[in-house]
Design a protein around this ligand. Structure first.
Ligand SMILES: [Zn+2]
Length: 254
């Protein structure tokens, strides 16, 4: 029953994330009614119910019949499933659960905006810092490790940024890395850094072999880092633990 509530909450928040994803890069107010992007007709509340309205209207605007992007529903469903998964994983710790739900929403918005526009908005990075700092204070978390994480992650990215004279990564990526380092701490930052570049490398090779890209195509690194971070947040994936487990296994076999 609680799971169902969290799922529906996820759909509603997903709907709000859509608003952020479409309005923030255009500098539009996030308040005010939703309008059709084609005919600018106001969308009434009963045509704005996550996923259901899309199905009921057969994916078209009620007044002008223009196709509505299925991306809205995809983001709503994705948010709902990730919320449900977080709830099942962290329900024993309500404060951390709320913090996790916030981070998932934040990472989704950063990932989709970077994918569409290749930008990482300062306002989103700032929101991540402020909420994380508040969470650390509320939970009396000793956050020196967060500062080490920030220094490591931002330092690595700043190095790459300066080395490549801003050709390989943008400065937005450096700011995002600083935020992630602060959120996850030193050890996890190393894992996220490693995972992001491994996945990014495989992705770039795949694109090159499929001839869908040349060496100038930009990989949306911010999207990649955000997706890795969600994965990390929900699984607690720890590179060091993985390495240790392998070592122990080897010792044991020998
Ligand atoms: Zn319309």
């Amino acid at each position: 029953m609680e799971g169902l509530f969290i799922f529906i909450l996820g759909l509603a928040i997903g709907s709000f994330l859509n608003v952020l994803i479409f309005r923030l890069p255009e500098n539009k107010s996030i308040l005010g009614f939703s309008r059709c992007r084609n005919c600018k007709e106001r969308i009434s509340w009963h045509d704005n119910i996550p996923v259901l309205s899309f199905l009921f209207l057969k994916g078209r605007c009620r007044s002008c019949k223009t196709k509505i992007s299925w991306q809205y529903s995809l983001i709503e469903l994705l948010t709902a499933f990730l919320f449900l998964f977080s709830f099942l994983t962290y329900r024993g710790n309500p404060l951390f659960l709320i913090y996790t739900l916030f981070l998932i929403g934040l990472f989704i918005v950063i990932a989709v905006i970077d994918l569409k526009h290749l930008i990482i908005l300062d306002s989103l990075v700032l929101a991540g810092f402020i909420v994380s700092l508040s969470y650390f204070m509320l939970s009396a978390f000793y956050f020196v490790d967060s500062l080490y994480g920030l220094l490591f992650f931002a330092g690595m990215f700043l190095f790459i940024f300066l080395m490549s004279k801003g050709k390989w990564i943008g400065f937005g990526d450096v700011k995002l890395a600083a935020m992630l380092g602060f959120i996850f701490g030193l050890e996890s930052s190393v894992s996220i850094f490693y995972l992001t570049f491994s996945v990014g490398f495989i992705y770039a090779i795949m694109l090159l072999t499929l001839k869908k890209a040349d060496l100038k195509t930009e990989v949306p690194l911010g999207s990649l880092m955000s997706i890795v971070s969600i994965f990390f947040l929900l699984t607690g994936f720890d590179l060091f633990e993985l390495i240790n487990a392998e070592l122990i296994l080897r010792l044991w076999i020998n």
